[in-house]
Write a protein that binds this ligand. Sequence first.
Ligand code: NAD
Ligand code: ZN
Length: 352
Amino acid sequence: MNSIEVKTGSSAYQVRIGRGLLDSLSAELESALQGQKRPSTIAVVTESNVAPLHLATAVEALRPFGARILQHVFPAGETSKNLDTVTGILNFLAENHVTRSDLVVALGGGVTGDIAGFAAAIYLRGIRVAQIPTTLLAAIDSSVGGKTGVDLPAGKNLCGAFWQPSLVLCDPDLLTTLPIKVLHDGVAEAIKYGVIGDRPLFDLLATRNLDDHLEEVIAQCVASKSAIVARDEFDRGDRALLNFGHTFAHAIEKCSDFTIPHGRAVGIGMVMISQLAYQQGWTREACAPAIAAALQRYGLPTATDFTSVQLMPYLLGDKKRSGNKLTLVIPETIGHCVLKTIAVEELQDILA
Ligand SMILES: NC(=O)c1ccc[n+]([C@@H]2O[C@H](COP(=O)([O-])OP(=O)(O)OC[C@H]3O[C@@H](n4cnc5c(N)ncnc54)[C@H](O)[C@@H]3O)[C@@H](O)[C@H]2O)c1
Ligand SMILES: [Zn+2]
């Protein structure tokens, strides 16, 4: 069992990681909510793929807590990550008289965590939420750090709130039902943590059997994210490091009309920016070959057919762009990245 504390200016909570931990959900909540008002209702929010696999187990695990348990299931998939789904959850909570001292449990992947977390952030101006990630991506990334939100027709994640959970309970056994491709999408993000700040983690992913080290990998990634979030809860500085590979990834996702999943796009994006950084002399070490080799172990792609002309409009629309400048994350070596701010025209010239 691993326990990692996430400390921000406004909150502190535990990320508990361990096989079979879901069975102890009630006890984990008791301890996480100690000294706070006890929820008399717990609303479990999940989606249609996860519900038949894990909802009954989660509800059973909540029984000893002694609260009224509500269940709300929305259709699985990124297309559900919109304000209509949030409205559905808010109405469900209101119709069932959920109060400010009650609790939402988000059971699912990143889509569920983002939607249910956002609903919790705005229902009655904010009620507590516990995150139970069921994908690797959610376990190592989206369930930790308090970013919640939904997509708008104009783009992904354009509407949201920072809302830290009261508890993140991560049971790697929940990941055993994941399609292998979805699991491996998450590995791309784990490799990202290795490159930005954890050489031993990178080496583990590049050489060892993931199944034998899953819990360790999750714990290492969460520790990295926790440290970054503690330094920069509201994404005004260092948190940008988590964006390694993401500037190109977001452009690739958009170019493909989101048929290329996020993790795959991140893998390609990490290789692209590493190649570019080396070619431009921004770094002395060529990191791209090692990153590509690690990705290939998990069947993840390392290049795209989209041309820079096709990607350019989306690169310019990057959410992290600030005025005329774009902040890129550059690997100096495997295990250490730095931020480099460049003018949009410069990137345009280079890619042309
Ligand atoms: N808030 C953040 O900080 C943050 C960070 C990274 C990504 N995200 C968001 O996370 C989302 C992507 O997350 P994701 O990849 O987990 O997507 P997801 O939640 O859609 O899950 C991927 C697929 O796996 C299925 N699934 C989930 N758990 C399963 C299980 N245990 N067994 C079988 N199938 C299961 C889902 O139904 C879905 O089909 C995106 O919307 C992204 O914007 C948020
Ligand atoms: Zn990502």
